[in-house]
Write a protein that binds this ligand. Structure first.
Ligand code: YCP
Ligand code: CO
Length: 292
């Protein structure tokens, strides 16, 4: 276990903040989660995801559930056909949040998978602020922000600082399902979008990790023997898992991949790895895709 001092140190580093708690065990929610479990997968954001990760749209600016590419908008929030099939979740959103500034309502699912470290909103120049409420999760499902790793418990209402590199991983087993809400306000105003915070915000469940040993880093950088254009996503997935297990920054995986490709003498892959780092963390156009 970790010492309280170490935890306090990590907590200071964390920018994301819990805003309250929602009752995710209320009637109807279990049925809506079963509906989500039965949905077909979607390929949106496949560059960013590994294993089973999926985004389902309950409400957006067009009312079309196939309109999955997140972007800010200034129109009214329109419930999609899928959102209408999930009445308890939509009621939870209405009861918990002020809808004035709410622009997108989505459900992210994750099982036996990983969302690569990335920075959101770099495509856009208007403020957007993201809130997440896990609906079903297991202790090994983790979220990261920069140097910190935490478990978001079911029902916790989190403002997630998506302008810093962040990532998520989920073990095999029951699919993690989270409500993901985007508000057209600046982050400092997000608490005002919560109508019913349900009491005191919870303390973050931070995960302390041991440092990455020098030998371990060398072993990771030596992965070049299996590295080529066909395996690069598998290798990156492994490298991105490391910061959930060892004290490392969410963005370190990109530098390790570049270095592994360099050591293996794979100049083309080294260039693509550096470009993917820029795509995930620094600069991309709206709708831009990435090809390895
Ligand atoms: C989004 N950003 O904000 C996506 C989710 C990673 C990239 C997946 O909708
Ligand atoms: Co994100």
């Amino acid at each position: 276990m970790t010492s309280p001092t170490a935890l306090a140190g990590e907590a200071r580093a964390l920018r994301s903040r819990a805003l309250g708690r929602a009752d995710v065990d209320r009637p109807g929610i279990a049925r809506d989660l079963a509906t989500i479990d039965a949905l077909p997968g979607r390929s949106a954001y496949s560059e960013f995801s590994f294993g089973s990760w999926c985004s389902h749209v309950l409400a957006n600016g067009s009312g079309d559930e196939h309109d999955t590419e997140f972007r800010p908008h200034d129109g009214p929030l329109q419930t999609t056909a899928l959102g209408r099939r999930l009445p308890a979740l939509m009621a939870l959103v209405r009861d918990t949040f002020d809808l004035d500034a709410l622009r997108w309502v989505r459900a992210f699912t994750l099982a036996d998978g990983l969302l690569i470290p990335h920075v959101d909103f770099i495509e856009f120049d208007v403020p957007s602020t993201r809130v997440q409420v896990p609906l079903r999760t297991t202790a090994a499902a983790l979220h990261s922000e920069a140097d910190s790793v935490m478990h978001l418990r079911a029902g916790e209402i989190w403002w997630l600082e998506a302008r810093l590199p962040h990532s998520a991983c989920g073990p095999p087993g029951p699919t993690r399902i989270a409500l993901v809400l985007d508000f057209a306000v600046a982050p400092q105003d997000i608490a005002g979008c919560v109508r019913d915070a349900g009491g005191e915000p919870p303390e973050p469940a931070l995960v302390e990790r041991p440092p990455l040993g020098a030998g371990e880093l060398e072993a990771l950088l030596g992965l070049g023997a299996t590295l080529d254009a066909r395996s690069v996503r598998d290798v990156l997935r492994l490298l991105a898992l490391v910061h959930f297990r060892r004290r490392a920054h969410a963005a370190d995986c990109f530098d390790w991949l570049v270095e592994a490709a360099r050591r293996a003498g794979l100049a083309d892959l080294e260039e693509r790895a550096a470009a993917f780092r820029v795509f995930c963390l620094e600069r991309r156009a709206h709708g831009e895709r990435f090809a390895w």
